[in-house]
Design a protein around this ligand. Structure first.
Ligand SMILES: Nc1ncnc2c1ncn2[C@@H]1O[C@H](COP(=O)(O)OP(=O)(O)O)[C@@H](O)[C@H]1O
Ligand SMILES: [Mg+2]
Length: 344
């Protein structure tokens, strides 16, 4: 297939996205596809339109080209009108499918998906509405509640309606303060006291106009991929120190990730069922990865659904796929296969 792998972008997860995109593009080329790697925001300087998906192609060079923009993104944002970089839309329109290796705002939040629908461009992952709903942790919470998917009690709060008194929100310390539409644990704060709480609100509101405040769940963390409506094996996530913050997510060796999770068959089934229920509640298609916390006595809570989860070769879904006997390139192809179903 002719495939554009889109990565980079302008979100706080740009760096991770470049690693995901490079891995995906390399894997798809190994499988014999004519894949090219493109920064959705940086674009490509020039394209040979007689052969836009060349047989020989240097993925690492494309990755290096993308990284050159890293320090200029903020400046470029000021002068650019269109989010799409030079030649991006034209190239995507020539592809059989676009593999979205993007994470976070302007990529995972439904805007690109909606634009692509209008341009007639096919893409991996779920559609625009479910992307937008899953990106918003406040909306996700409401939907989960409506569909009896357990989630920590909490509220979303706008900057101009900030509430400093937790009792007004029917919450007690410890709580978690997080940006409504963040990712990679950027803008997530676990707080135990009033001063810490107010500082966390200041910080979170420096990223976004809306935050979620919810009950802290004291327990162990798990994550489950749902692909084409079916749950993959669960990963248990145990950071060596602290919680699963940015550093623990990406520093090699900082977190112990075990798949399949060493929990009973009964709890495994229950969590997988909740993951599938949460997936359908949000109207997700293709694939997603849902994050959970579980207490010692087996109470489980779904924190969120990630619609374009990390896809580096060592990311969580590739670990789950490996347990099913599927290697990383095989998984990349599988995600394309299930994503094409939404166009049937
Ligand atoms: N209610 C909670 N109780 C305990 N830990 C939490 C809670 N919410 C978030 N966390 C911790 O913060 C991390 C990031 O939160 P999450 O809601 O998954 O946002 P994101 O991954 O999009 O940044 C989680 O992986 C978990 O370690
Ligand atoms: Mg998460």
């Amino acid at each position: 297939m002719k495939i554009v792998v889109l990565a980079g972008g302008t979100s706080t997860e740009r760096d991770v996205s470049i690693v995901s995109g490079t891995g995906i593009c390399t894997a798809l080329r190994q499988k014999g596809h004519q894949a090219v790697l493109v920064d959705i925001f940086g674009g490509v300087e020039s394209v040979d339109w007689t052969d836009p998906f060349p047989e020989t192609y240097d993925v690492d060079r494309a990755c290096a080209y993308m990284k050159k923009f890293n320090d200029q993104i903020e400046e470029m944002k000021k002068t650019r009108r269109s989010f799409f970089g030079p030649n991006v839309l034209e190239l995507c329109q020539k592809a059989d499918i676009v593999f979205l290796g993007l994470h976070g705002a302007n990529g995972e939040d439904g805007k690109v998906q909606a634009a692509f629908d209008l341009f007639g461009i096919k893409y991996t992952g779920t559609g625009y509405l479910s992307s937008a709903m899953a990106m918003d942790k406040g909306v996700t919470k409401e939907i989960f509640r409506m569909h009896q998917v357990p989630t920590p009690i909490g509220v979303s709060m706008k900057k101009k309606a900030r509430i400093n008194d937790l009792s007004t929100l029917n919450l007690e310390f410890p709580v978690v303060v997080k940006t409504c539409c963040g990712g990679s644990s950027i803008g997530v704060y676990i707080v135990h006291a009033q001063e810490e709480y107010e500082n966390a609100l200041d910080q979170a509101f420096s990223y976004e106009n809306e935050v979620v405040v919810e009950q802290f769940i004291n327990g162990t963390e798990y994550t489950v991929a749902v692909v084409d409506g079916k749950a993959y094996p669960i990963v248990e996530i145990v950071p060596c120190e602290g919680f699963y913050d940015y550093e623990n997510k990406y520093k090699p060796g900082a977190t112990r990730e075990t798949c399949p999770a060493p929990i009973s068959e009964e709890l495994t089934k229950k969590m997988q069922d909740y993951a599938v229920k949460g997936y359908h509640a949000l109207g997700l298609e293709g694939y997603a990865r849902l994050d959970f916390m579980m207490t010692e006595n087996g109470e489980m809570y779904c924190l969120e659904a990630n619609t374009l989860p990390g896809m580096t070769p060592t990311s969580l879904i590739p670990q789950e796929a490996r347990v099913l006997g599927m290697d990383y390139p095989g998984l990349c192809e599988e995600l394309i296969r299930v994503s094409l179903k939404k166009y049937e």
